[in-house]
Every structure is written in C-alpha cells, then in structure tokens.
Design a protein around this ligand. Structure first.
Ligand code: SF4
Length: 444
C-alpha cells in the first residue's frame, strides 16, 4: 500500500480534527455487572474475540493525553513493484511466533513506560498485510493493547486489507472484535495497471471485497488509488476516480507512484526499461483527482487524503498533529515523550531481539527543539487547515512569520495566511516539499 512513511505508521501519515462517527454508539452494558461498578480492569477481562465491550462507561478525564498505537504486520502474499515498506513474502508460517513476540513487546512497553496519564485514541494495523492474521490472532493483539492504559470510548480501530484476501466471515469477525475502520488497497481499476504494479488482486476483487466489507457492517471505509502509473492516461485516471466514487466509500487516499530505491520499479527505471510519467503530467493528475473528489463531497483535508465530513482518518491526524504514538512489530516507529525509536527492519532479528530483550529497538533519538519545530512545520503544512501560528508561538516562544520572513516572501504566491494559520495554496501543493524545506531550521 502506498503512502508516505509517516502515514504508514500507518499509512505515514484537516480542518480541526473531526471525530469519526461511530457505527456502534453508546455504551453496551456488561452482562451481570451493574453499570456503575464497571472498572477498566473488569472491562479488559471481558474483552473477548466476540465481545462488543470496547466502550468505557465514563467520559475521558480531560487531564489524560491521547495515544495512538500502531502494529506492523510484515507479511505479504507478493511484493508489489513499487513497495519499499518492510514486508516479506512466503513467511506466513512465522505468523504464530511473530504474534508471540508481539505480545512480549507489548508487555515490555507496559512495564517500562508510565502510560497512566494517557488514553488510547486510535489503534491501527498496517503492514504488510494485516488481513493475513486470522480474527482470533488479531483479537489477542487488540486485547493486549487495550490493557496498556485507558481507552477512548469511541476509539478508532482501523486495519488495512487487500482486495480478495479477507472473506466475509473474516470481515464479520474483525468487526465483532471492535475494528471500525477498514482501508482497502484497491490502487487501480485497470487490469494492466494492477499487473504492472504486481498487485495480486483483480478489478473484480476490488468490487466484491468492497461489497463484503459493507455486508459485514462497516460504515467507515477508505480506499487507496495510485496515479502517475507508466502508461496511464488522464482518461484512465478519471475512470478510476469515477468507479471509486460510485462505490461511495467515506474516505479516499490518492498517491502518486514514486520510485523508491530497492524496489523492482527502481531497477526497471534505472535500467531504462520503464519511463515514469513527466512531472507535469503527475501534477496534473493530482490536481484532477483532488478537484474531482472535492466536487463529489470528499473534502481535501491532507495532501493525499480526502474524506466525507467527519470521516477524516483520526489515526493519521494523530501523527500529523504531534500526538504520542507507540509502534509494535518489525520496522515500526514510535514517538513518545520527545523520544523517537524505531524497531529493527528484519523479521528474524526482531524475533531474536524480542526473545532476548523484550523489545527490538534499532535506534532512538531524543527530539530537540529544532527537530520539533521542523516536524511541526512539515506535518502541519500537509494539512489544509495549515500551521497554527499561535500554537507555534506558544510552543516555541517565537513568531514563525518573523523568523522565516525572507523564505515566506519567496513563496508568496504559494502560501496564504488566514485566521492566523499558514496554509499552502492549491497552486503550491506540488511544491510542498520545497516550501517546507525552506521554512525548516538547520543547525547553523
Ligand atoms: S501489499 Fe505488501 S508489498 Fe504490496 S504495497 Fe502493500 S505492503 Fe507493499
């Protein structure tokens, strides 16, 4: 599945963050226990695979801070030509031991971090291909994660699936265990483009899986599409967009096909076998997609993401707005109390490290103020709501407009200032990397 790295933490990862409307609203009483006596411990004890008891009976204490959790499931049926996410093929026999170690890693974090001041706001299963886990396997992981600390009553629990890889029974079971947001990696409705990208699914599977997801009762569904595929024309892209809009998902992510080192696509391009589309064509397709989706009611809240109002991806918004997050599994990243760490990007080494040390950190860094400023600039400018200058002033005690005055003058036609928020204009979206980099701070 394609996305920026941050987003992949889910798939790295809008106007004031709107909460996704939940299909199952309201608290469901626990059998045999008076509602006023429900404690988190009792609730966690009762969380079973088929249990709907994911709702806590009390409002969140405003003193608690939100926490996002991510699980990286590294297994895939085949390697897509463009994919540089950590995923391995032909290792499904290692799923049981992977799950065993994942539980150890979760337990390690539970005993080494004080999470009492947090509540779990979102939980996301990405990869790789999370649907290669059976519902009971996924249920065990969810149960262990929910024991880490308090949970938001209407927590978002999302997972990625590939068309044709999760049947209706699995989807019903995923939903019964509390998963309430499904993201489908459709990528294209053109058979030749799916083949080019080595996607294992057919166009028909995009439709039948979408139908099954709806039949299973999911009311918050996202789908990904890729554009700027060699050979793709404007007509193909328009057709893809129209077909997806006709399905009427709540959320759509569109990504430009990028050439990442270490991928098959990179080798083909380097060898001259494949020529990528011109940058201007790529930019034109991006604008076409964004405008078309906006005209159909999918508001553009982040550079690659559009949603019907209220269905913005809360998990990714947590990344983009600086919420602490913990990642589990090989290659997963975490950011917790100004410390970032990332896990070993190798399944076997991950398993060995967790066996020996309880966790598998490859490295970590403490986030200094300069990095924090830069990350705020980088992430907030991706959002259409932009960068809140008051927030910047409060956090760093300085005025960004004064500090970066010269650079802002350079981009005067591409940026806007509205309601004390610095935003990128539509004409500046294709230059977002250059603009962000100009506004960022260096060592000097
Ligand atoms: S299915 Fe697997 S290989 Fe393909 S893009 Fe997703 S993570 Fe990468």
């Amino acid at each position: 599945m394609v996305s920026i790295h941050l987003a992949k933490q889910s798939k790295p990862k809008g106007a004031p963050c709107k909460r996704i409307q939940q299909p199952e609203s309201g608290f469901i009483p626990l059998p045999g226990i008076p509602e006023e006596n429900h404690s988190p411990a009792q609730l966690f004890d009762l969380i079973k695979l088929d249990s709907p008891h994911f709702q806590l009976p009390y409002p969140m204490d405003p003193a608690l801070k939100p926490l996002a959790l991510y699980v990286h499931v590294p297994f895939c049926k085949a390697k897509c030509t463009y994919c540089d996410f950590y995923s391995i093929v032909g290792r499904e026999q290692s799923i049981p031991v992977f799950l065993e170690k994942l539980l150890v890693e979760i337990e390690y974090r539970s005993t080494h971090l004080d999470l009492s001041g947090y509540f779990i706001d979102t939980l996301f299963f990405g990869g790789g291909t999370p649907n290669l886990l059976k519902p009971d396997q996924l249920g065990k992981i969810i149960g262990a994660l929910l024991e880490l600390t308090n949970s938001e009553p209407n927590m978002e629990i999302g997972m990625e699936i590939n068309p044709g890889e999760a049947d209706l029974n699995d989807l019903v079971a995923y939903k019964s265990m509390g998963i309430n947001r499904i993201s489908i990696g459709m990528q294209s409705f053109q058979p030749e483009h799916l083949r080019f990208m080595s996607r294992t699914h057919s166009v028909e599977k995009c439709f039948s899986t979408y139908e099954d997801v709806r039949k299973a009762g999911f009311t918050n569904v996202s789908a990904d599409l890729i554009f700027a595929i060699p050979g793709q024309t404007k007509t193909h892209w328009e057709a893809d967009l129209k077909q997806l809009v006709a399905l009427s998902p709540e959320h759509i992510s569109t990504y430009s096909l990028t050439v990442e080192e270490g991928t098959a696509l990179h080798r083909w391009v380097e060898a001259g076998h494949i020529q990528m589309l011109e940058e201007t064509v790529d930019t034109g397709m991006y604008a076409l997609g964004r405008d078309y989706l906006e005209s159909k009611g999918f508001l553009n809240y982040e550079i690659s993401n559009q949603a019907k109002p209220g269905f913005e991806c809360r998990h990714n918004l947590n990344y983009w707005t600086g919420v602490d997050y913990l990642g589990f599994g090989p290659a997963a990243h975490s950011y917790f109390q100004r410390r970032r760490h990332w896990n070993i990007r190798n399944l076997d080494q991950y398993l060995t490290f967790v066996s020996n040390f309880g966790m598998a950190e490859a490295a970590s860094e403490l986030i200094n103020e300069r990095t924090e400023r830069n990350e705020l600039i980088l992430t907030r400018l991706r959002l259409t709501r932009g960068l809140d200058l008051a927030e910047y002033q409060n956090r760093f005690g300085s005025d960004l407009l004064v500090q970066r005055n010269a650079m802002l003058k350079k981009w005067t036609s591409q940026v806007s200032l509205e309601n004390n928020h610095l935003t990128i204009n539509q004409s500046g979206w294709s230059l977002i990397d250059e603009i962000s980099s100009d506004l960022m701070f260096t060592d000097k």
